[in-house]
Ligand binder design. Structure first.
Ligand code: NAI
Ligand code: MG
Length: 493
């Protein structure tokens, strides 16, 4: 890894209580462009001392700062202004996402549009959060009030850096929470750029704080902090489980968006061209670094061989290249760690199944964490490449006999994030939709994600839902209020 210290590279600080400051330890860490393995920035490394400072700021802003006094309208306007900043600076942000995240610039531009949309959606939703009157059998007025949960610790991954920040900040701010956000150590830059606009858009100091650092030293301190009321996490299932255990000590609310091994199911009568496209798009978008990646491609036996052939032919046309090149369809993986993980699965896959295409590092690059788009076929659902999340451009194609067999294989996984089914038979499609245990099911498409609709997993893919009104629910408490309307003494004694 080419991480020699460079003096001409910008160092980002930590954003706490409305100010840029240095980390207590004085340590920084390098941030890379994964396509050339070169340092593009340094970022101050936060540890438990900085996390404590950030949490204290968020606590004060929640308990006694300006935030509790803001109206829902004001919170909404702040989110609209933040969305405007994102739109005005979309080109700069997309370039950061592409350079730092390794993703094709065209995809990064879509991510940034989605970021603005998420802030706008929650800006609008801020004024629609309301409680209710309960019809109690007494001379009383019974109310259910919705109140913000408090200080939210938000830990996000590197595959959609700013979009994941928006999925966390949007609903939390709409609800009236204050936040300590910890971006992934690989991709902190876009969230730090966002922080530059917090004052301009009218966010009071301490409402959003950003700490940067590693899971063990920064993430764990945030999860364990007694003044944090809720943790929202997106990342690996292993870390999700450790967060639940640690959060148990202080009984924090926890929402988790974790891994998957999502089935993409193709029946013989599906529209052929759309299906082949959908199989590739489902797994190769964002280099396969997608929680809902269609990594298990289930194909009906009748069309199996022809389908694998057609996928392979089309996969040859996927252009690997520099993230900033507009022709690029696949960039490098995010890091050496992820490259090692994915290439180790390539070796496992070569023993467990047959290779239709890929399986190696592409010859044309001597730098960067590039991996060929890879299709394994004749995969057993019991194989490791069908059970474990690889989080890279690696498809496992599995054949099935009939509808019942497809459903059985689809559900034979510890995960339950997403699934897709391709058929022209509406009865069959809807039976599969009902039978598959997953939080998101697409019919004749895979991956489109809309802020208005719920997102989250069944089984070991997570707890809770993001996006839509469901996303804001997770940042609210419910307070019951009983107002006696009877002016008499209780009369019990
Ligand atoms: P990770 O789960 O370790 O990291 C995600 C975030 O959690 C980062 O901000 C990280 O600093 C933080 N973190 C790590 N350990 C922590 C801890 N003990 N306490 C609190 N926070 C902690 O994921 P990683 O290592 O980057 O990737 C490993 C695998 O995780 C991937 O190969 C993929 O399978 C899965 N993953 C799933 C994602 C999803 O969208 N569901 C996103 C990223 C990774
Ligand atoms: Mg990790």
């Amino acid at each position: 890894m080419a991480s020699t210290v460079k003096s001409d590279v910008h160092t980002y600080g930590t954003y706490i209580n409305g100010e840029w400051s240095r980390s207590a330890s004085g340590k920084t860490f390098p941030v890379l462009d994964p396509s050339i393995e070169e340092v593009i920035a340094y970022v101050d490394e936060s540890d438990s001392v900085d996390v404590d400072r950030a949490v204290q700021a968020a606590r004060t802003a929640f308990d006694s700062g300006a935030w509790p006094q803001t109206t829902a309208q004001e919170r909404g306007r702040i989110l609209f202004r933040l969305a405007d900043k994102v739109r005005q600076n979309a080109a700069m942000l997309a370039e950061i996402e592409a350079r730092n995240g390794g993703k094709p610039i065209v995809e990064a531009e879509g991510d940034i549009r989605a970021v603005a949309t998420v802030f706008e959606y929650y800006g609008g939703l801020a004024t629609k959060i309301s409680g209710q009157v309960n019809p109690v059998p007494a001379n009383a007025l019974s109310l259910a009030l919705r109140e913000p949960v408090g200080v939210a610790g938000q830990i996000i991954p590197w595959n959609y850096p700013l979009l994941m920040a928006a999925w966390k900040l949007g609903p939390a701010l709409a609800a009236g929470c204050t936040c300590v956000l910890k971006p992934a150590e690989q991709t902190p830059l876009s969230a730090l750029e966002l922080a530059n606009w917090f004052k301009d858009v009218g966010l009071p100091d301490g409402v959003v704080n950003i700490v940067n650092g590693f899971g063990k030293t920064c993430g764990e301190a945030l999860v364990a902090h007694p003044l944090v009321d809720k943790i929202a996490f997106t990342g690996s299932t292993a870390v999700g489980k450790s967060i639940v255990k640690s959060a148990a000590d202080t009984l924090k609310r926890v929402t988790l968006e974790l891994g998957g091994k999502s089935p993409n199911i193709f029946f013989a009568e599906a529209d052929w061209e759309a299906a082949v496209d959908g199989a590739l798009f489902g797994i190769f978008i964002n280099q396969g670094e997608v929680c809902s990646a269609g990594s298990r491609i289930l194909v009906e036996k009748k069309i199996y061989s022809k389908f694998v052939e057609a996928m392979t032919e089309k996969a040859k046309r996927i252009t690997l290249g520099a993230p900033l090149d507009r022709k690029t369809k696949m960039g490098p993986l995010i890091s050496q760690e992820q490259y090692d993980r994915v290439t180790s699965f390539l070796e496992i896959g070569k023993k467990e199944a047959k290779v239709a295409i890929g399986g190696n590092r592409p010859m044309q690059f001597n730098k960067g964490y590039y991996v060929e788009p890879t299709i394994f076929y004749d995969v057993e659902n019991s194989a490791r490449i069908a059970r474990e999340e690889i989080f890279g451009p690696v498809a496992s194609v599995i054949s099935f006999e009939d509808e019942a067999d497809a459903i059985r294989i689809a559900n034979d996984t510890p995960y339950g994030l997403a699934a897709a089914v391709w058929t022209r038979d509406i009865y069959k499609a809807l039976r599969v939709v009902k039978a598959v245990r997953a939080g998101i099911i697409w019919v004749n498409h895979m991956q489109p994600t809309c802020v208005e609709a719920p997102w989250g997993g069944y089984k070991q893919s997570g707890i809770g839902r993001e996006l839509g009104p469901w996303g804001v629910e997770e940042y609210l408490e419910t307070k019951q209020v009983y107002v006696n309307l009877d002016e008499q003494p209780i009369g019990w004694y």
